[in-house]
Design a protein around this ligand. Structure first.
Ligand code: PNW
Length: 457
């Protein structure tokens, strides 16, 4: 056995988000979020469930922190529920909402765990949705007000901030495809939402810095490393479009370029933008979005292989094809492809040059119930994590400034439109008893953290 080591100050942790774990949906003055509304709309969540109780983390956070500590976690990425802080999105602050995150942060620091706070992981106050939500510019203004409240309350102790989780999901998955709240299917609204999410990031960064001296601030994107299925020009064009749609549309403006011209042309041609172009962009917006950040957060799950033939159910985009029969697939139907993480991190370093990178999410859905002895043998997840850690390590050898890794997720939780059917946790959650059982992958991860490296044969 040999140890593939990581740098001395490399941060190992796990990630969660508020709506997926907290429960206590109507407690202590929390307002309604778009995910409360969406998940209770029949037909939106596969197994008909919602986040009313979830992992009951709102009441069990002390035990959860103790479990993290026992597993040797060095960092924990969680999100703040906007409707706990400002129940109707703007205006009067709900002190009980802030109290919860104050207790959580204090508990983490006492346990020696570094908190990484995501300000927006999808639970928009329903009241703001009723006024138009992210397609409206006023929602970006509201986000900055909310950010200031949270950064002032926690900024003395929290020094790592993520403005948004996955702008592509917030805008396109939710407003174009309609699969996530608010469940709209309108490409123009989706593109307007994407701009206002990025704009709100740009405006929020200086506000966080002012309230939290010495803060490290970044944004998290879900990125889709892609490749053409063949060397044909048509497949290359399918790849170009996919890369523009998922990756460059967000990366280019964040790193000081305009929205990609080839995508604007595609969208005008398809009728998703007016012939004048991306008219929601106002003077000064691109400068705001290109604000200097300390790190880029990367959520990586799978790659895409593109070919140009269109399929009826996906009229808007070239289809993704599965070309590798030898690949393994997770229960989400996602291909296991660790080398694409290496390529992605290397590409980000070369093409965009972020000061630092964090993998803010990476993990796999495999459901492996406890055996008769109460052990949870999730060998597939363990192998998945090991291979991805090693791929990330290779990207670091190629110069990618990766500073830490957050496994998705600390525990099984509410997997959005899939409900509780998909389990991403390294800790098993029994939703009847709320018992937590560290899976084999969690025990293995504890050893990785302790050794600050991965044992390979
Ligand atoms: C991310 N897609 O979501 C989220 O940040 C997590 O909250 C979530 O639990 C995790 O990944 C696992 O799904 C995504 O359709 C959801 O491409 C859907 C997609 C991507 C990311």
């Amino acid at each position: 056995m040999a140890l593939i080591g990581f740098p001395k100050d490399f941060l190992w942790g796990t990630a969660t988000s508020s709506y997926q774990i907290e429960g206590a949906a109507t407690e202590d003055g929390r307002g309604e979020s778009i995910w409360d509304r969406f998940s209770k709309t029949p037909g939106k969540v596969g197994d008909g469930t919602n986040g009313d109780v979830a992992c009951d983390h709102y009441h069990r956070y002390r035990e959860d922190i103790a479990l993290m500590k026992s597993l040797g976690m060095q960092a924990y990425r969680f999100s703040v529920a906007w409707p706990r802080i400002l129940p109707t999105g703007r205006g009067k602050v709900n002190p009980k909402g802030l109290d919860f995150y104050n207790r959580l942060v204090d508990g983490l620091l006492e346990a020696g765990i570094t908190p990484f706070v995501t300000l927006y992981h999808w639970d928009l106050p329903q009241a703001l949705q009723d006024q138009g939500g992210w397609p409206r510019r006023s929602t970006a203004e509201a986000f900055v007000e909310y950010t200031e409240v949270v950064a002032r309350a926690l900024g003395d102790r929290v020094k790592n901030w993520i403005t948004h989780n996955e702008p592509w999901c917030i805008s396109l998955l939710s407003h174009e495809k309609g699969l996530h709240a608010p469940g709209l299917k309108d490409f123009r609204l989706a593109l307007a939402a994407s701009h206002h999410v990025l704009l709100s990031h740009g405006w929020a960064v200086p506000v966080i810095r002012a309230a939290s001296p010495g803060a490290q601030v970044g944004i998290t994107l879900n990125l889709s490393p892609a490749e053409p299925a063949s060397a044909s020009a048509a497949d290359y064009d399918a790849f170009r479009h996919h890369d523009g749609y998922f990756n460059r549309w967000f990366l280019d403006p964040l790193y000081g370029r305009h929205y990609p011209a080839d995508m604007i042309a595609d969208y005008i041609k398809a009728g998703h933008l007016p012939s004048e172009g991306f008219t929601v962009v106002q003077p000064g917006d691109l400068e705001a979005i290109a604000v200097d950040t300390d790190f880029l957060g990367v959520n990586y799950y799978n790659r895409a292989v593109l070919r140009s033939d269109k399929v009826p159910e996906e009229k808007n985009h070239p289809r993704t094809v599965h070309l590798a029969p030898e690949s393994e697939w997770t229960e989400m139907g996602w291909e296991v492809h660790p080398d694409s993480l290496r390529k992605l991190l290397t590409r980000l370093h070369v093409d965009y040059g972020p000061r630092k990178l964090y993998v803010t999410e990476n993990g796999a859905s495999f459901s492996t119930p406890p055996d008769a002895q109460g052990r949870v043998p999730d060998e597939k997840r363990l192998n998945f994590l090991r291979d991805h850690f090693l791929a990330a390590r290779k990207a670091m050898d190629a110069g990618a400034p990766l500073a830490g890794y957050f496994v998705w997720s600390f525990m099984d939780n509410f997997e959005w439109d899939r409900g509780y059917a998909q389990r991403f946790g390294i800790v098993w959650v029994d939703y009847k008893t709320q018992q937590r059982i560290p899976k084999d992958s969690a025990l293995w991860y504890r050893d990785v953290i302790k050794a600050n490296g991965v044992q390979v044969p």
